[in-house]
Design a protein around this ligand. Structure first.
Ligand code: DHB
Ligand code: FE
Length: 272
C-alpha cells in the first residue's frame, strides 16, 4: 500500500538534495558532520525543547511551510495572515474577563518593574469574518515573553501562566486585555542551532512579538503573531516569521492609569 503523497514528495526531495550536493561539492566529511549535527539535535529534543524544530526555524523552513499552508487554505485576501506557533505555547491559559490583565507579577520588586510600567499596554480590537461581520464568542488566546526576554516556563522567577490569557469576544466581536509592549529576545542558542548561527555570523534575536491563536466555531483557527514596529529586529528576524500586515503601532494612551500605550488590531478569520 504505497503512499501517493510520499511518492510525490520524496523523489523531489532526492532531486533537490542531489542538486544541492553537486552544487556545493559536498564532501564525505561534511556529510558526516551534518549527520552528527542532526543526531545531536534529536538527542537534545524533549517536551520542553525541540532543537530539530529550532534548526528548521533558523533555516526559515517553519515560516515557509506556514505560509504555504495558510495560502492553500485561505479563501479571501482579507484574512489575517498566519505566523508560526513557536515553541512556547501552553494549553489552558486562564480564561479571563475582557479588560483584565495578563500581567501577574507587576510588583516593584521585579528587576524590570520600571520598564514594564513604561511599556504597559491596552490591547483591543475585534474578531471579524472575511465579509466584515463581528464574530461573537471567539476565543483569543495570547502569550508573550517577560521584559527579561523569557517566557514564563523558561523562568523560575515568574508565576505559572504569567503573560498568558484567553479572552472571549463580546456581541460586537470585541476582545480587550492589558499586557506589555513585547521586547526582542534570543531564541534558545545554547545548543547545536545556536552554534550554527555563530558559525554563520548570525544573531539569534526575534523582534518583540505577541502570540495569538484566534478560534471560533465554523471558522479556521488562526495562529499568528503581532510585531511591535519600534523593534530593531522587525526587519531582521532570526526565524523569518515577520509579515508586513502583522507589524503594528502602539500609540500613546491618555487617561488610563493601567496603560501608557494602546494597540488596536482586528483579526479576520476565514470560514471552514
Ligand atoms: C521561535 C519562535 C518564537 O515565537 C519564539 O518566541 C521563540 C522561538 C522559533 O521559531 O524557534
Ligand atoms: Fe515567541
Amino acid at each position: 500500500n504505497a503512499h501517493p503523497r510520499l511518492k510525490e514528495i520524496i523523489p523531489s526531495l532526492v532531486r533537490h538534495l542531489h542538486d544541492f550536493a553537486r552544487e556545493v561539492k559536498l564532501t564525505v566529511g561534511e556529510w558526516e558532520a551534518a549527520v552528527e549535527f542532526l543526531n545531536e539535535c534529536g538527542k537534545m529534543s524533549n517536551d520542553r525543547r525541540n532543537e530539530t524544530q529550532l534548526l528548521c526555524d533558523i533555516l526559515g523552513l517553519e515560516s515557509l511551510v506556514d505560509d504555504i499552508t495558510s495560502k492553500l487554505l485561505a479563501s479571501s485576501a482579507s484574512e489575517t495572515p498566519s505566523a508560526i506557533l513557536g515553541p512556547f505555547y501552553r494549553h489552558n491559559a486562564p480564561l479571563l474577563p475582557n479588560g483584565s490583565s495578563i500581567i501577574q507579577d507587576l510588583d516593584p520588586s521585579v528587576p524590570w518593574y520600571t520598564q514594564a510600567v513604561a511599556d504597559s499596554a491596552h490591547v483591543t480590537g475585534r474578531v471579524l469574518s472575511s465579509s466584515g461581520e463581528p464574530i461573537k464568542g471567539a476565543i483569543v488566546d495570547v502569550w508573550h515573553a517577560a521584559p527579561n526576554g523569557l517566557y514564563e516556563q523558561q523562568d523560575e522567577a515568574q508565576p505559572d501562566m504569567n503573560f498568558r490569557g484567553r479572552f472571549m469576544t463580546d456581541a460586537e466581536g470585541r476582545y480587550s486585555f492589558y499586557a506589555l509592549r513585547p521586547v526582542s529576545y534570543p531564541i534558545p542558542d545554547d545548543g547545536p542551532s545556536g552554534r550554527l548561527l555563530k558559525l554563520l555570523d548570525r544573531h539569534p534575536y526575534r523582534p518583540g512579538h505577541i502570540h495569538f491563536i484566534v478560534s471560533a466555531p465554523g471558522f479556521r483557527t488562526l495562529t499568528t503573531q503581532l510585531y511591535d514596529d519600534r523593534d530593531h529586529y522587525v526587519t531582521n528576524d532570526a526565524v523569518f516569521a515577520v509579515k508586513d500586515e502583522l507589524i503594528v503601532k502602539f500609540v500613546p494612551k491618555e487617561g488610563d492609569p493601567k496603560a501608557l500605550w494602546l494597540l488596536e488590531y482586528d483579526f479576520v478569520l476565514g470560514r471552514k
